[in-house]
Design a protein around this ligand. Structure first.
Ligand SMILES: NC(=O)c1ccc[n+]([C@@H]2O[C@H](COP(=O)([O-])OP(=O)(O)OC[C@H]3O[C@@H](n4cnc5c(N)ncnc54)[C@H](OP(=O)(O)O)[C@@H]3O)[C@@H](O)[C@H]2O)c1
Length: 345
């Protein structure tokens, strides 16, 4: 395997440090530079002792590299990445800055005017299960959000095959690391521990991404309600999706359930990181791994599709997926650096 030089911008974020952890074990990667605004000049080992084996000093700006990962917040990420993209560097953006195709959505959901609308068409939405051929030849990857990864992977086989009515409910529960490392009232131990809360009832920023990708696959307008919840765990997202089954698409009763499962198994049969589970999956089964577990079934009393998915928001929901995208982009084996099993219990 060739070795490429990689830089990580904002290693002090949860996404940045998880990317460093994964890339440090990647056989085709030499990590050459990591940045962090408030910790520049310090050794990575002193700031993040769990990464002490890597041995770099935190830079104020990324040094030249073949591939750059950005774990900056939205808006800041585009500003730093656009000059790199112009220079021809391969870039993987973990922020939302290049995920949406319709430029007006940035004003609406992220409250900023996008600095390079033309790049939105060039960027590839980094969900390999949907966009592998485009990823293999692109230089700017828009790595998906954590909630959208779980929701889209749960729904896309059913939406693509027209198995459901367009009225869909996505109900997600996330661990606290999904909100990042910046301190906030909701993330305080005393607020989050032994507590569960719904938030963003007026519309969460990840909703347009979910709709964009599902509508593109199913070729029709959808009406999606997405409701996220915060639960007292560190990592993980469990997503439950509901939609009424389209008439006459599946046989009644258990035969319909079996056929539905087969549709999902066929859709994901060659995917290294999506597994159709035989029982409702649990977040711990994906802890520390790049796996997304998906369990489709039917509520036979109401004729409703129910799909449960789960993943680790920092791995398949973020940095692991970014490494998977890099592997596809560079022609590395897609599982390189991502082979580990879940940490359990
Ligand atoms: N958390 C997740 O599960 C998840 C999943 C998928 C994608 N993402 C996306 O990945 C990116 C990183 O997320 P995160 O949750 O890992 O972040 P985070 O832990 O909240 O990182 C926040 C850090 O970013 C730095 N920062 C803030 N504004 C900055 C700016 N304008 N310029 C430079 N540095 C700045 C600050 O570092 P200093 O203290 O050095 O100032 C701050 O400590 C975000 O775009 C997020 O939306 C997150």
């Amino acid at each position: 395997m060739n070795v490429v030089e990689v830089a990580i911008i904002n290693v002090t974020s949860y996404m940045g440090m998880e990317a460093a952890r994964l890339l440090s074990r990647h056989p085709g990667v030499k990590l050459v530079s990591v940045t962090g605004r408030s910790e520049a000049g310090k050794s990575l080992a002193s700031v993040l002792p769990h990464l002490s084996g890597i041995g770099l000093t935190i830079d104020p700006a990324p040094q030249v590299a073949d591939v750059v990962f950005s774990a900056l917040p939205h808006k800041a990420s585009a500003e730093v990445l656009l000059p790199l993209v112009e220079k021809g560097t391969k870039v993987i953006d973990l922020s939302a800055d290049f995920r949406l195709k319709a430029v007006e959505e940035y004003q609406r959901w992220y409250d900023f005017s996008h600095p390079a609308p033309e790049m939105l068409q060039k960027a590839v939405y980094g969900l390999p299960e949907l966009h592998r051929p485009q990823l293999a030849s692109c230089s700017l990857v828009a790595n998906p959000g954590c909630y959208p990864t779980g929701a889209i992977l749960a729904l896309v086989p059913a939406v693509k095959e027209g198995l459901v009515h367009p009225d869909i409910i996505v109900d997600s529960k996330s661990g606290v690391s999904g909100a990042g490392r910046t301190l906030s009232m909701t993330a305080h131990f005393a607020e989050a521990n032994e507590n569960v809360s719904a938030y963003a009832l007026g519309g969460h920023r990840h909703l347009p991404e979910i709709v964009q990708e599902l509508e593109a696959t199913g070729s029709r307008k959808l009406s999606v309600t997405f409701l996220p919840h915060l639960v007292p765990m560190t990592r993980g997202i469990l997503t439950s999706c509901y939609a009424r089954l389209a008439d006459g698409k599946l046989p009644d009763g258990e035969k319909g359930v079996a056929e539905l499962r087969q549709v999902y198994r066929d859709f994901y049969k060659d995917e290294p990181f999506v597994r159709v589970a035989d029982a409702p999956p649990q977040t711990k089964q994906t802890l520390g791994t790049n796996l997304c577990l998906v369990y489709p079934t039917i509520d036979l009393r109401t004729n409703r599709l129910m799909v449960i998915s789960c993943l680790d928001n920092l791995v398949k929901g973020g940095s692991g997926q970014a490494v998977q995208n890099m592997n596809v982009m560079l022609g590395f084996p897609e599982t390189a650096g991502l082979e580990s099993l879940a940490v359990y219990p």
